[in-house]
Design a protein around this ligand. Structure first.
Ligand SMILES: Cc1cc2nc3c(=O)[nH]c(=O)nc-3n(C[C@H](O)[C@H](O)[C@H](O)COP(=O)(O)OP(=O)(O)OC[C@H]3O[C@@H](n4cnc5c(N)ncnc54)[C@H](O)[C@@H]3O)c2cc1C
Length: 394
């Protein structure tokens, strides 16, 4: 029996790894020349540094993601951020720090407010908290990529249950110290190769051919991969791609994220924690080496703005906040149109389960993991698909 995994994003990698660890034969096919999907990095010729498609943050409570990193020998690629939250006003550059103990009364209240979330939004439940505007609203936008007035209170509760509600270690932000591919992708590919997994990059699936309710063959450009009675398929694709192969899947709405990376002539600042931005275009600034990266969540309305305009506006805020006196040596704007799902209650209710048919499984951050589209959700989905597939064999 062979399991054919389609898609080498983090969900596909985690799924292939869990299967190979259970001594299953695995083939992994990825459309792009590079694995990693929405979590990838590369050496940028213009800036001469490693850039990520978007700044990624984990928390200490991301136990599936951290176990995955330990398994591939890459846990050291993340380092904790300072515990004190820094907020800065883009209008005048003034900074304010918020030590975590000041959030304790709000945290206690949020437990009660989110206990029975129903279909309420985050704003419905949390607007009365003392730090709603300066902490909970930007945290919701960062974690769910959806404004609090639309965002599902249930999903935000799931995020808090695996982070701040568990205690300081679980809520601690963990920041990648190197490029995302170096931490999450390359070591996984090497581990999979060592386990005998066949990996084909630049090898897109074109069609799924069904016969009598089961996948009969997978069509690639160069051949049809016929499935034996024992073979299994895991589609670890983003929702909008999976729906082109499986028309019964619901059409789920996505949300964009825009990232601007700026190579600073004067360095990116000594303290390397994230900075929350008030009154600016971006919501968060991240710093690594001499690069300041600005993240704009739920950025759909800005997708058509020219990159030059976005760069100019973002740099104006960055210069004020980090005190840059000279223009950036280089910059890049990345627009991820389908960065995550839109995490409202209605969309959340439509997310499909992993098991899809007699020999077909889904993985991906957007499946019904109970978590928003994050690395934790992607890795959990990959492990879940592998676990169900193995259970179904016996
Ligand atoms: C800008 C940005 C910022 C983010 N920030 C964070 C963060 O701070 N913290 C966090 O935890 N998460 C964050 N995320 C979310 C995280 O990156 C995703 O949840 C995760 O990478 C999704 O992994 P996946 O494997 O489910 O999907 P994908 O990464 O989308 O993987 C699917 C793979 O399938 C491949 N594929 C598509 N079509 C085919 C085909 N026909 N044949 C074969 N292969 C195909 C794709 O090329 C891709 O490699 C962010 C995402 C973005 C875009």
């Amino acid at each position: 029996m062979t399991v054919v995994v389609i898609g080498a994003g983090v969900a596909g990698l985690a799924c292939a790894l869990a299967l190979a660890d259970h001594e299953q034969d695995v083939e992994l096919h990825e459309a792009a020349p590079q694995a990693g999907g929405r979590c990838r990095s590369w050496r940028d010729a213009r800036q001469g540094v490693i850039l990520d498609n978007g700044s990624h943050v984990l928390v200490g409570g991301n136990r599936h993601a951290l176990a995955y990193l330990r398994r591939i020998g890459s846990r050291g690629g993340l380092a904790p951020a300072p515990v004190t939250l820094i907020r800065a006003d883009a209008a005048d550059g003034r900074r304010r720090s918020l030590p975590p103990y000041r959030l304790l009364p709000d945290l206690a209240r949020s437990l009660g407010q989110l206990r029975h979330p129903g279909r309420a939004s985050v704003a419905d439940r949390l607007v009365g908290l003392e730090h709603y505007r300066d902490v909970w609203s930007p945290l919701c936008l960062a974690a769910l990529n959806t404004p609090p007035a639309q965002a599902s209170a249930r999903l935000f509760g799931a995020v808090l249950a695996r982070s701040l509600w568990q205690g300081p270690w679980a809520g601690r932000l963990l920041l990648p110290q190197r490029g995302l591919s170096e931490i999450f992708v390359q070591p996984a590919l090497e581990t999979l190769s060592d386990l005998g997994v066949q990996i084909r990059l630049g090898h897109p699936l074109r069609q799924v051919i069904f016969r009598q309710n089961r996948v009969d063959a997978l069509r690639f450009d160069d051949y049809d991969r016929h499935l034996s009675r024992h073979d299994r398929v895991v589609l670890a694709l983003p929702w909008h791609r999976a729906a082109t192969f499986l028309p019964h899947l619901p059409a789920l709405p996505g949300r964009a994220i825009i990232n601007g990376h700026f190579l600073c002539r004067d360095g990116a600042g000594a303290d390397h924690g994230p900075i929350g931005v008030e009154n600016g275009l971006a919501q968060w600034l991240f710093r690594r080496c001499n690069v300041v990266s600005a993240t704009i969540s739920a950025a759909d309305s800005l997708l058509d703005w020219p990159a030059e305009l976005l760069a100019r506006l973002l740099w104006r805020d960055i210069a004020r906040i980090t005190g840059q006196s000279r223009p950036p040596a280089a910059w890049r704007i990345f627009k991820e149109r389908q960065a995550t799902l839109r995490h409202d209650a209605a969309t959340n209710a439509l997310r499909p389960a992993s098991r899809q048919g007699r020999n077909l499984y889904l993985a991906g951050d957007w499946t019904a993991t109970g978590l928003p589209c994050t690395l934790e959700s992607a890795i959990l989905s990959g492990k879940t698909a592998a676990k169900q597939l193995i259970e179904d064999l016996f």
